[in-house]
Write a protein that binds this ligand. Structure first.
Ligand SMILES: [Fe+2]
Length: 594
């Protein structure tokens, strides 16, 4: 329907001065002149809605010379040249870059001549053409009763490309989906598997920086452009990792994006994300519902730093400018009598699925000497999920010295409740569940979880590969001593499935022995004292991943899937999981007022 204007803090988001020129490794820009609409932030237009295009032009270049065309790549009735109505409006001048300054302009175009369908947007400027794939969807009608898809976490990398390809294939085969929302972790940045994490942890040292993002973001974009439906793309922690030159540990600063006054930035995943897909946060109105597409990985850049995927902090954070925008958007939706749904990669309640609610993880510094601890901590999370379905995960961060009472997430949660948000839909945990809170319920209380779990194995015996008990014990001993290099030497050369199974069993055994027990500081009493209670029914919902680590055989697709949401007045009133193997449907979970 009507796309909301870009947030003021997001206007110049793709300017090269704030991205490519602020880091030493190259970025292949997919988003340059066209800041809206884009592949990841498309315009969803109902009958009579004009198309508002935001273009970035060199200072002095007249906006009147810009031409707009809807490109009919998906086989309809042909391209449509769009008449621009009214005068272009300046949205402001951007920062000074190597090629001077850019000016943002908003052009309004009439799309009434376009047959309802999905289009690329081709924009021709004096500097040349730019095409945004799948950026405009014109609908014959928007009833608010459509079906849409929620999903997350493809964690795209070269070796799991077939996961994203499978998802695209399945989406394209369905004709009942109006649009898709993918809630973060589009790219992986080299987690890949357990052995790779240990290899990275072992090898962390100064040296020339290699960025997986350089290859993965363009490749993921090309695959997503094959969708025949529009997709809203959000940021996850895997999309926003950072390395300084030489993988240096760097000077702490509060720099977030763009130039860094103290450190030489080799890459920042958030630069890649916004130059590939579009803005880092935005909102979309659909029928009588406003969808807030947020960025919950807004840690200072120094906190997002690491050695490839060996980062110390991967939980959520939101900065003041975004939380202010969120509050304004929610207030505006209230004034219009709209429902509100918020997409967030991370759960702002700290824990998830009733576990560790109120667990806000202290930031920890990244150092070369800490990489073994970081890798083992992450493996522990992976092992826990795989074997016990217990949750331990960095969902949201806190500053170590900050009293929990002053944590800014308290304001975020309070805002969601005060504005009577209908649902918070999240990724990050790779499974499906819903916790519904009714008026008066504390949102840190454990509620019955309504869910359809995609995870398969429930015990170590089901891990698949046969492993030697002695080797598992050796790996236990080495991991306990953080001798990750010795683990790599011991397992290198074995089939990947066997190495993975040994590590998983060792982690599960160490967990069962309580070897990692002191690591989690869970503070339910403190957060309950916040007194945050639902003012109306609110659904905290996690949705499935479309592919991550275990992707070696066809049956692995049982564990990957997506959720189809049935809308009413534009908001989800039921969700149902479909796997990516046989397209098997899980039970339907109703999201009803209680
Ligand atoms: Fe994540």
């Amino acid at each position: 329907m009507i796309h909301r204007p870009l947030p003021s803090s997001q206007l110049h988001y793709a300017d090269p001065a704030l991205n490519d020129e602020a880091q030493t490794l190259p970025i292949q820009p997919f988003v340059d002149r066209v800041h809206f609409p884009t592949l990841g932030c498309p315009a969803l237009l109902g009958p009579g809605n004009p198309l508002k295009v935001v273009v970035s032009l060199p200072e002095g270049e007249p906006p009147g010379a810009v031409s707009l065309t809807l490109v009919d790549r998906h086989g309809g009735t042909g391209d449509v040249s769009l008449p621009v109505t009214g005068e272009p409006v300046s949205l402001g001048v951007g920062p000074l870059g190597k090629a001077g300054k850019r000016v943002l302009w908003q052009l309004v175009a009439d799309v009434s001549a376009a047959t309802p369908r999905l289009y690329d947007l081709a924009v021709r400027t004096a500097a040349g053409p730019e095409t945004q794939a799948n950026a405009v969807r014109v609908y014959a009608e928007i009833t608010g009763k459509e079906k849409v898809v929620f999903c997350g976490d493809p964690q795209y990398h070269l070796e799991n490309a077939h996961c994203l390809e499978r998802f695209v294939e399945r989406m394209n085969a369905r004709d009942d989906i109006a649009w898709i929302a993918l809630i973060g972790d589009v790219c992986d940045n080299a987690v890949r598997d357990e052995m790779n994490l240990l290899r990275l942890a072992w090898g962390a040292k100064p040296g020339p920086v290699h960025s997986y993002y350089e290859g993965d973001f363009p490749a993921a974009a090309r695959r997503l452009a094959k969708l025949n439906k529009p997709i809203l793309l959000m940021v996850g922690n895997h999309d926003g990792m950072v390395a300084y030159d030489d993988y240096a540990e760097g000077e702490p600063t509060t720099a977030y994006l763009g130039p860094d006054p103290k450190n030489k930035v080799a890459y920042d995943g958030l630069h890649h994300f916004r130059r590939t897909f579009g803005p880092l946060y935005f909102s979309v109105d659909w029928a009588n519902t406003r969808y807030l597409c947020t960025n919950t990985f807004e840690l200072d850049r120094h906190q997002r730093m690491g050695y490839h995927a060996i980062v110390a902090n991967w939980g959520g954070w939101m900065r003041a400018e975004q939380t202010a925008w969120l509050g304004e958007e929610l207030s505006d939706a209230d004034a219009r009598g709209m429902h509100k749904v918020v997409f967030m990669h991370h759960d702002p309640r700290g824990g998830s699925e009733g576990h560790n609610l109120g667990y806000y993880k202290d930031y920890r510094p990244y150092t070369y000497s800490s990489t073994a601890d970081i890798a083992v901590a992450y493996l522990r999370y992976v092992g826990h999920v795989f074997f016990t379905r217990e949750r331990w995960q960095q969902e949201w961060m806190k500053w170590p010295a900050q009293p929990l009472d002053e944590h800014p997430v308290r304001g975020v949660l309070s805002s969601l409740l005060e504005h009577r948000v209908w649902a918070v839909v999240m990724g990050h945990d790779n499974e499906n569940w819903v916790e519904t809170y009714s008026e008066g319920d504390g949102v840190f209380s454990v509620k019955p979880v309504r869910a359809d779990y995609p995870l398969k194995p429930a015990s170590a015996d089901e891990a698949g590969a046969q492993v030697d008990a002695g080797t598992v014990q050796d790996v236990c001993d080495l991991l306990e001593e953080r001798q990750v290099g010795e683990v790599v030497k011991l397992l290198e050369g074995r089939p990947p499935e066997e190495a993975q199974a040994v590590i998983q069993k060792a982690i599960a055994r160490l967990d069962a022995q309580g070897a990692f027990k002191p690591k989690v500081a869970f503070a339910p009493a403190d957060v309950k004292a916040w007194g945050l209670e639902a003012k109306a029914t609110i659904h905290f919902t996690h949705v499935d991943d479309v592919g991550a680590y275990k992707h070696s055989k066809e049956s692995d697709f049982d564990a990957y899937g997506y959720v189809v949401a049935q809308l009413e007045e534009g908001r989800p009133v039921s969700i149902q999981r479909f796997d990516l193997h046989h397209e098997k449907a899980g039970p339907r979970v109703d999201l009803a007022p209680e």
